[in-house]
Design a protein around this ligand. Structure first.
Ligand code: NAD
Ligand code: AHE
Ligand code: ZN
Length: 368
């Protein structure tokens, strides 16, 4: 069949809207008609050539929601007309990681996923006979996609696609980092570096967990109002203070109980660790840093009891946790609607990237 898609033919070039050839679902796979997709900073990072796994030509996008249209042989847990969120973090339920009870990092299809291919080792997408790579096992910048059954989470049918798609990455990552990874407790102090599509969800997760002080740090002054809207109690613009780390340590009587880096900047990752309280403070890295970048600190920071952690997809197990997060949204426990600042057609997708870089959007969503 044919599908309309925004293709990244090369790094740093605008996406081009073309009609691709798409092969149908094979055994254990499903065909999904996407209804909406968000644009996450990780898509921009790969498009900018900063991803060590980046491949071109590729259909980017990993934050979608849609409807199952066809299932391949042997598919038992999904059927046509099911509403689903594609998962870049699948959940097979049987691999070493899924059964460990210690991580959400399912390993069933990670090797081929990182090579832009389906589990059998081939791509389902092509353009004029040339292979087009899949991205993060999702490629939601295509109207139709094929994904493995284990990489789609069923969602309730009354949840709107144009907001629920954000649960496919940003919402789950931010809220999950707080509740699954850090396990922030009531009254704890929290510092959030970077108040974009992820950081604002960390803030609302911290508020939901009953955190006390929630300090936001961002270079964009407009983000102060955004942070306060979701529960931030204090705002720090690094441009207004000398030493950000010392400023936060003084502000929080020795430092933060928890900090979250939601930017992808290794210098800020160091500040996020070092603003944590001696003896127990935990810093969680969420931001994805450019290929080749490395983090550093004095080992003394760890010797004296600070903890450095990281999280992917907020520690959430896709097929188990995503439907619950959709329920949290539908029950008003978390907010999504105000963060969707722009709705675009597929033809306007490059505008979404421009607005992200200019700091004008929180989340742009493409509606098919
Ligand atoms: P975004 O562009 O919406 O937000 C980034 C924010 O950081 C902006 O508000 C920007 O003003 C601010 N910022 C930039 N440089 C700064 C600095 N030096 N100091 C303070 N603030 C600064 O991006 P996003 O979609 O929220 O993504 C954030 C990061 O999280 C990216 O690196 C993305 O790749 C990563 N991410 C990781 C996961 C994961 O599972 N670990 C999931 C999603 C996104
Ligand atoms: N491909 C990069 C790593 C990118 C990365 O860390 N991705 C996050 C999700 S970002 C979503 O917006 C993730 O889930 N990582 C775990 C994994 O298995 O990819 C690189 O450095 O090669
Ligand atoms: Zn993302």
């Amino acid at each position: 069949m044919k599908t309309r898609a925004a293709v990244a033919f090369e790094a740093k070039a605008p996406l081009e809207i073309v009609e691709l050839d798409l092969e149908g679902p094979q055994e254990g796979e499903v065909l999904i008609e996407l209804k909406a997709t968000g644009i996450c900073h990780t898509d921009a990072y790969t498009l900018d050539g900063l991803d060590s796994e980046g491949l071109f030509p590729v259909v980017l996008g990993h934050e979608g929601a849609g409807i199952v249209r066809e299932v391949g042989a042997g598919v038992t847990s999904l059927a046509p007309d099911d509403h689903v969120i594609p998962l870049y973090m699948p959940e097979c339920g049987t691999c070493k990681e899924c059964t460990s009870g210690k991580t959400n990092l399912c390993s069933a299809i990670r090797a081929t996923q990182g090579k832009g291919l389906m589990p059998g080792g081939s791509s389902r997408m092509s353009y004029r006979g040339e292979t087009i790579y899949h991205y993060m096992g999702c490629s939601t910048f295509s109207n139709f996609i094929v994904v493995p059954e284990i990489a789609a989470a069923k969602m309730r049918e009354d949840a709107p696609f144009d907001t629920s798609c954000y649960i496919g990455c940003g919402v789950t990552t931010g809220v999950g980092a707080v509740v699954n990874t850090a396990k922030v407790e009531p009254g704890a102090s929290v510092v959030v570096f970077g108040l974009g599509g992820i950081g604002l969800n960390v803030i609302q997760g911290a508020k939901m967990a009953g955190a006390g002080r929630i300090v936001g740090v961002d270079l964009n002054p407009d983000r102060q109002e955004w942070g306060r809207r979701f529960g931030m109690t204090d705002f720090v613009n690094p441009k207004d203070v000398g030493d950000v780390t010392q400023h936060l340590v003084d502000m929080l009587d020795g430092g933060a109980d928890y900090s979250f880096e939601c930017i992808g900047n290794v210098d800020v990752m160091r500040q996020a660790l070092e603003c944590c309280h001696r003896g127990w403070g935990t810093s969680v890295i969420i931001g994805v840093a450019p290929a080749g970048a490395e983090i550093s600190t004095r080992p003394f920071q760890l010797v004296t009891g600070r903890n450095w952690r990281g999280t992917a997809f907020g520690g959430a197990k896709g097929r188990t946790d995503v439907p619950r997060i959709v329920d949290w949204y539908m029950d008003g426990k978390i907010e999504i609607d105000p963060m969707i600042t722009h709705r675009l057609s597929l033809e306007e997708i490059n505008k979404g990237f421009d607005m992200m870089h200019a700091g004008e959007s929180i989340r742009s969503v493409v509606i098919y």
